[in-house]
Write a protein that binds this ligand. Structure first.
Ligand code: HSE
Length: 305
């Protein structure tokens, strides 16, 4: 079998969107690019530039390479292709709650699958990537684009993907510290109060309905969460004030992006004002941050060359 050189682009993603803990996800207009050439010899050449380049391993611990090897194995060609040349240009901030690990996994499996002539279906890619990451909430939008609702039944992820009717931009406040997901999950309780669960079910359902229908009226309270954000606040100084200031500046609402520390505000006007207010609220708590404005990515992982 011959393998062709391919270049893919994968979006950054935000999970949870407030109440949809471990379930909702959205793809954003910031990207990693990856060029892959598979080799028959056992050698690995990984070149990296952009976000986190100095912190990412370039040997066989690399998550992109490890994901590629999972596709090679599933396609039954791991003995045929034992090495690769990889060139990555990363635009997704690392360990900030913007799906950098999901993008690495999806980039690796999408590129490897395309290089081999697409032996695996999109559903098989979703399953494989979810198995590697452990949960589908960032994987699904990274692979499919748009907004996603993901569940896992007997270990199998199921995803409903849609494009919201409501128009908005995402203003992303990016603090200048890393927060590993593991640390942000360790502060969560194992059991939750029934009233908190009911509140989240209502808000997550309301958010999806409002986005699908384009109904702005119902969105203002739909980002409120009681299952993870309150517990994570101590890891993200100023979180509640950043939410508050984003709203005062005109945002529809704000939430912790994934496990944090980034905070995203949805707005259909005054993006700069919302961004500046969020940064200034972080600064009041001694946190240095910058902001970027993202749109919805509709495409997910795509081959660009
Ligand atoms: N849903 C996950 C969390 C996203 O909030 O911990 C991070 O991978």
């Amino acid at each position: 079998m011959e393998a062709k050189t391919v270049k893919v682009r994968v979006p950054g993603t935000s999970a949870n969107l407030g109440a949809g803990f471990d379930t909702l996800g959205i793809a954003c207009s910031c990207y990693n690019e990856l060029e892959l050439s598979l080799h028959r010899d056992e050698y690995l050449d990984i070149e990296l530039q952009g976000e986190g380049a100095k912190d990412i391993p370039t040997d066989n611990r690399n998550i992109v390479w490890r994901s590629i090897t999972r596709v090679l194995k599933k396609a039954g060609v791991e003995q045929e292709f034992r090495g690769a040349k990889l060139h990555m240009t990363n635009g997704i901030p690392l360990s900030r709650g913007l799906g950098s690990s999901a993008a690495a996994i999806v980039g690796g499996i999408k590129a490897a699958n395309e290089a081999l002539g697409a032996p695996l279906s999109t559903q098989e890619l979703l399953e494989l990537a979810t198995e590697i990451e452990g949960h589908p909430d960032n994987i699904a939008p990274a692979l499919l684009g748009g907004m996603t609702i993901s569940t896992v039944k007997n270990g199998h992820p199921e995803t409903f993907r849609f494009i919201p009717k409501l128009h908005f931009k995402m203003v992303v406040a990016i603090p200048d510290f890393y927060l590993p997901t593991k640390a942000a999950r360790e502060v969560l309780p194992d059991k939750v109060d029934r009233r908190d669960a009911i509140s989240n079910i209502g808000n997550a359902a309301m958010l999806v309905a409002a986005l699908l229908k384009g109904s702005k009226k119902f969105i203002y309270n739909a980002f409120d969460d009681r299952l993870h954000q309150p517990y994570r606040e101590r890891l993200i100084p100023g979180m509640s004030d950043v939410f508050k200031e984003a709203r005062t500046a005109g945002a529809m609402g704000a939430f912790l992006s994934g496990a944090g520390p980034c905070i995203i505000a949805f707005t259909d006007n005054s993006e700069e004002k919302v961004g500046t207010s969020m940064i200034s609220a972080f600064a009041d708590h001694g946190v240095k941050a910058e902001y970027r404005i993202f749109s919805l990515d509709r495409d997910g992982a795509v081959v660009i060359e």
